[in-house]
Design a protein around this ligand. Structure first.
Ligand SMILES: C[S@@+](CC[C@H](N)C(=O)[O-])C[C@H]1O[C@@H](n2cnc3c(N)ncnc32)[C@H](O)[C@@H]1O
Length: 415
C-alpha cells in the first residue's frame, strides 16, 4: 500500500481499504452533523475536525480519475452540511467549523496545499490550518485551540489514520478525552501487520512494550500467534486500546476487502453512547465492508466468549447477521437483565449503556428485542412517571423502566 504524495506528481492509487475507510468517514460526518442538528433548533453549530495523519489530499482511481482523500472529505462534508441543514430553515444556522490538517512529510503537505488551492480554498481561509509536523507534537496546541473556540462544548472529531500500528501513541488519545470529553476519535490500526510482526525476539518484545503492553501480555500475544489464534490477538489488542485510551464506547470492526487478506482495523472511540450508535448504524447500512469474528450478540466483543474458540464465523453486518443477532439477544439479554431488574426497575438508557460495547446491535435493534420480550410478558415496562405502558407500544424512551412482571419472581424464570 503506497501513501506517497509529491507536489506536481500524480497522487497514489486508491486501494480498496482506503476506499472503504473514506466512504465511512464521509457517511459518518454526514450522520454526525444531522444527528446534532436536525432535532435541535440551534443558531450556531461549532465543530472542529482534526486530521492528524492527513496525507496529500487526493488519490487516483485505476481509470485515472482523481478522488478526495480525508482532508478534502472533511471540507466537502462541512460545506454540504451547511447547505443541507439550512434548507427549509427560517432562521439561518451558522455552521462554524475549523479544520486542522497535520502530516509529518513535507512533500505530502505541499501536495495538499496545491490541491486545496486548486479547489478554491484560499491560503488565507482561517478555517483551514495546515501543519507540517508530527501529530504528537501538534496535538497539544490543537486541543488548546479547540478549547478556545469551544470552551464548553469541545465538540471535535479526530481522524488518526496512521499507516501501520505504532505511529499513534495511545496515551495521546487518553489526553484528548481527558481535555475534550465530547471528542470522538477514529483510529486505524493495521492489526494484521502487528500480528505478522509478533515473535519472541527481544527487539519485538521491546517494541510491544512501547505499544503499552507489559511483558506478560506481550508474551501472551506471541503465544496466541504461535497457536494461530488471530481472533484472540485482536481481542487482546482491542482491550488494550480501550484501557489505554480511556474511551468508554468503541466499535472495533475491520475492513477486509475481498481482494486482500490484510485486515485494517477501523476503531471509533468515544465517551458517548449516541456517537457509538451512529457509527454502528453506518456499519449496518454499508454492510459487507466491515467485519468481526464471532456472532453479534452479547459477549461478542468480550473476552470470555473467545477463550477456547479458534475458528469463529465472520460477522459482517448482513441481513442473516441481523437475524442471528436478534435471536442471540432474545436469549442473552434476559440473562444480562434479570439480575439487575430483580433488584429494581432499570431505565432503558442504562441497558443501552450496559450492553453497548458487547454487541453489534444498534439501539433500535435492541429496542425491538426488548419490545418483543415485553410483548411476550417476560418484563413490564413503565414510563418515567411509573405509569404502566401498553404492550402495543412500538417505541421505547430511554427514560422508560424495565421491571419484572408482577406475577413473576426470579427463581421461576430460570431457563
Ligand atoms: C494512511 S496515510 C493518510 C491518508 C489520509 N488520511 C487519507 O485517507 O487521505 C498516513 C499519513 O500519515 C503520515 N504520518 C506518519 N506518521 C506521522 C506522524 N507521527 N505525524 C503526522 N503524520 C504522520 C504519513 O506521512 C502519511 O501521509
Amino acid at each position: 500500500m503506497s501513501f506517497e504524495w509529491a507536489p506536481g506528481e500524480q497522487p497514489p492509487i486508491l486501494e480498496p481499504h482506503s476506499e472503504a475507510k473514506l466512504r465511512v468517514l464521509r457517511a459518518y460526518l454526514h450522520a454526525y452533523c444531522d444527528t446534532l442538528n436536525l432535532r435541535f433548533q440551534r443558531d450556531e453549530f461549532r465543530l472542529d475536525l482534526v486530521d492528524g495523519f492527513c496525507g496529500g489530499g487526493t488519490y487516483r482511481e485505476i481509470d485515472g480519475s482523481i478522488v478526495s482523500g480525508s482532508p478534502l472529505i472533511m471540507l466537502e462534508e462541512m460545506q454540504a452540511a451547511d447547505q443541507r441543514l439550512n434548507q427549509n430553515r427560517r432562521k439561518a444556522l451558522s455552521v462554524d467549523y475549523q479544520c486542522y490538517f497535520v502530516d509529518k512529510e513535507r512533500p505530502h503537505i505541499e501536495h495538499l496545499r496545491d490541491v486545496l488551492s486548486e479547489r478554491g480554498y484560499g491560503s488565507e481561509d482561517d478555517r483551514i490550518l495546515v501543519r507540517e509536523g508530527r501529530f504528537e507534537a501538534e496535538c497539544g496546541a490543537i486541543i488548546e485551540s479547540i478549547l478556545r473556540r469551544q470552551p464548553r462544548a469541545g465538540r471535535a472529531i479526530f481522524l488518526l489514520d496512521q499507516t501501520g500500528y505504532s505511529q499513534v501513541d495511545l496515551d495521546l488519545i487518553r489526553g484528548i478525552f481527558r481535555q475534550l470529553p465530547a471528542a470522538e476519535v477514529i483510529l486505524t490500526y493495521a492489526a494484521d501487520a502487528l500480528i505478522n510482526f509478533l515473535a519472541g525476539r527481544p527487539e519485538v518484545l521491546v517494541r510491544l512494550e512501547g505499544l503499552g503492553l507489559d511483558r506478560a501480555q506481550a508474551l501472551d500475544l506471541i503465544e496466541h500467534k504461535q497457536r494461530g489464534q488471530h481472533a484472540l490477538i485482536q481481542r487482546t489488542l482491542k482491550d488494550l486500546i480501550l484501557s489505554a485510551t480511556g474511551a468508554t464506547y468503541y466499535t472495533p470492526f475491520f475492513i477486509r476487502p475481498v481482494v486482500s487478506r490484510r485486515a485494517l482495523w477501523f476503531v471509533h472511540l468515544s465517551k458517548h453512547p449516541t456517537a457509538r450508535d451512529v457509527m454502528l448504524q453506518l456499519h449496518w447500512e454499508l454492510s459487507n465492508t466491515f467485519e468481526h469474528y464471532g456472532n453479534g450478540g452479547l459477549g461478542m466483543l468480550g473476552w470470555d466468549a473467545m477463550k477456547d474458540l479458534d475458528a469463529l464465523d465472520l460477522f459482517n453486518f448482513t441481513a442473516e447477521d441481523e437475524e442471528a443477532v436478534r435471536l442471540d439477544l432474545m436469549e442473552s439479554l434476559p440473562r444480562e437483565l434479570d439480575a439487575a431488574v430483580s433488584k429494581e426497575p432499570v431505565p432503558v438508557g442504562a441497558v443501552y449503556r450496559q450492553v453497548a460495547n458487547q454487541t453489534a446491535a444498534t439501539r433500535s435493534q435492541l429496542d425491538k428485542v426488548i419490545l418483543q420480550l415485553f410483548r411476550e410478558r417476560e418484563y413490564d415496562i413503565r414510563d418515567k412517571n411509573n405509569r404502566r405502558r401498553t404492550r402495543r407500544i412500538l417505541r421505547l424512551q430511554p427514560t422508560d423502566h424495565i421491571l419484572l412482571p408482577d406475577n413473576l419472581t426470579l427463581p421461576f424464570r430460570a431457563k
